[in-house]
Design a protein around this ligand. Structure first.
Ligand SMILES: NC(=O)C1=CN([C@@H]2O[C@H](COP(=O)(O)OP(=O)(O)OC[C@H]3O[C@@H](n4cnc5c(N)ncnc54)[C@H](OP(=O)(O)O)[C@@H]3O)[C@@H](O)[C@H]2O)C=CC1
Ligand SMILES: O=C1CO[C@H](CO)[C@@H](O)[C@@H]1O
Length: 317
């Protein structure tokens, strides 16, 4: 399976993985188990997806049935915003590892560069953006403090690689300036309506592997009322024409637009046929002019912006 090699550890991160946000809790264990049978090796979880225990059950079953070995899997999880204070980073990583039934994560990301007031997981887990009173409670924890605590997770063997999510250039450079262990991966929203070319170039310069989320663009946020009214990329004539010319689906073209450039993708689906199709998205090559035409669709449309939840959380210029 095609993979990107992480700079520090030399570990291979598969270019096509499986995203767990909104994977139905009741069927999550079966979904993960079946995805492993199909060949998926990377699973992208997070505390607030609320299904890490069930995802872990699917993994444990696959390990027990001898379908895969732990070393062949690449499991990602993320540090939620309410755990940024150095004292709470290890607490959360251990809590999440226990949910998955694992003794290490292959990758652990700071989910957002936003620190919120601590909430004890015994009080509320999965974590949320909002406190008990329905408001967002910001907290002053600098990123370099959180990053130092992330580094100690590597030292103690709880995680193999650490990285960032939803961060932009200046902040990434600032984390690098303070880092003893450099960020290995950056996970961001990336699709032809949000191509983020300067950020992609910065990651290349710094040797950070990129993971794209929301590869299909607008439709995935409708249920969160975060849809910003743009037309569907999956039905866009430019994407459809390219798909036709390769005998592929528009979803496969959108995934390949990233993976062909060495950017990992993590599509999520609750539908078996789409799970199969997404996995089979890297067995063809787009032409240079296809890639150019897809990138030309850029309108800087950002679907996942914490400032939509609370303007004080603006992290994108
Ligand atoms: N770091 C972060 O802040 C974020 C990380 N993520 C990660 O990225 C993953 C993917 O991102 P997400 O925003 O969920 O978006 P996706 O791009 O994976 O899209 C999900 C939507 O697309 C549908 N879909 C999946 N496959 C196909 C297909 N082949 N054809 C048509 N529709 C399809 C799914 O519906 P159906 O289930 O019905 O198929 C679902 O509604 C998440 O699961 C999560 O792991 C996501 C957002 C933010
Ligand atoms: O990863 C995720 C997808 O986006 C959501 C909205 O910002 C987040 O809450 C979630 O953690």
């Amino acid at each position: 399976m095609a993979a990107v090699v992480l700079k520090r550890t030399g570990q291979k991160m598969p270019l096509v993985g499986f995203g767990l946000w909104k994977v139905t809790k009741s069927s999550c264990a079966d979904t993960v188990y079946n995805a492993i049978k199909l060949g998926y090796r990377l699973f992208d979880g997070a505390g607030d997806y609320g299904n890490e225990k069930e995802a872990g059950e699917g993994i444990q079953r696959a390990l027990k049935d001898g379908i895969v070995k732990r070393a062949d899997l690449f499991i990602t999880s993320k540090l939620w915003n309410t755990f940024h204070a150095a004292d709470h980073v290890k607490e959360l990583a251990q809590y999440q590892l226990k949910l998955w039934g694992l003794d290490y994560f292959d990758l652990y990301l700071i989910h957002f560069p936003i620190a919120l007031k601590y909430v004890d997981p015994a009080h509320r887990f999965p974590p949320e953006w909002f406190g008990d009173d329905g408001n967002v409670h910001l907290q002053n924890t600098p990123m370099h403090e959180t990053w130092q605590a992330m580094e100690t997770l590597v030292d103690s063997g709880l995680v193999k690689n650490i990285g960032l999510s939803n961060c932009q250039g200046a902040l990434i450079l600032d984390v690098f300036r303070h880092a003893r262990i450099e960020p290995q991966v950056l996970q961001v929203e990336l699709h032809p309506y949000l191509t983020q070319e300067p950020l992609v170039a910065l990651c290349k310069t710094l040797g950070i592997a990129l993971t794209a989320y929301s590869s299909f663009g607008p439709q995935s946020y409708v249920e969160l009322s975060m849809d910003k009214g743009a037309s569907s990329l999956l039905e866009h004539p430019v994407v459809s024409n390219i798909a036709k010319s390769h005998g592929k689906t528009t979803s496969q073209v959108l995934l390949r637009w990233a993976s062909q450039r060495g950017i990992a993708v993590i599509p999520k689906s609750n539908n078996y046929d789409r799970i199969v199709a997404n996995f089979q998205s890297d067995d063809f090559d787009l032409t240079a002019s296809d890639l150019k035409a897809l990138s030309a669709l850029n309108i800087n449309l950002r679907l996942n912006d914490p400032a939509d939840i609370d303007p004080r959380m603006a992290i994108f210029a």
